[in-house]
Design a protein. Structure first.
Length: 185
């Protein structure tokens, strides 16, 4: 019986010590794939986090600009400045850079509240954002059509680093847009 146990232990020890090299070849194939997969999860998670921050910045900027707009006053740069300051505050709090902001290639085609069938142009003071003041909003929260408001839109340029893929060193544009009705004063 002891001879059988010794043979079994000898067989197990030989199998553990023996190295045919197949593990190294398998690791050389599997590790880059796993590394790329983990990097992809990280970078797409970062992009999703930036999307949430940019959407929140656009929403808060539209609300801030709408609160500072007077429907009976002359158009001024106060709503634009408030919107840009709000975007700057939200992005810097999240650790994002404001110099990655870009005006979107396709801006909202919104009409003026003062009448006319001409679309309102984008305005900005210091940031690359599109702020449209005194525009007709379609319907907000199921409300009446033709509500006057503010529209804020921008894109945030995000650099992807994903080796071994076509997304390596690619800049993607994360779009954010929000609208808010004017506060009546």
């Amino acid at each position: 019986m002891t001879q059988t146990v010794n043979k079994t232990w000898n067989w197990i020890l030989r199998r553990l010590v023996s190295d045919t090299g197949s593990e190294v070849a398998e690791a050389a194939v599997v590790l880059p794939l796993m590394f790329t997969m983990f990097l992809g999860i990280f970078w797409f998670g970062q992009a999703f986090s930036i999307y949430g921050t940019a959407a929140r910045a656009a929403h808060e900027a539209a609300l801030s600009a709408a609160e500072s707009t007077c429907t009976t006053c002359a158009a001024g740069s106060v709503p634009i400045t408030n919107a840009e300051n709000t975007i700057t505050n939200v992005l810097t709090t999240a650790g994002l850079r404001t110099n990655n902001l870009r005006v979107p290639k396709t801006t909202p085609n919104l009409l003026s509240c003062q009448g006319g069938s001409k679309a309102v142009a984008c305005q900005s003071n210091k940031l690359n954002v599109c702020v449209q003041t005194n525009v007709q909003l379609s319907s907000i929260g199921g409300g009446a059509v033709g509500v006057c408001g503010i529209s804020v839109s921008f894109t945030y340029q995000y650099q992807m680093w994903l080796p071994f893929t076509s997304l390596n060193n690619q800049a993607i544009q994360i779009r954010a847009a929000a609208q808010a009705p004017l506060e009546s004063r």
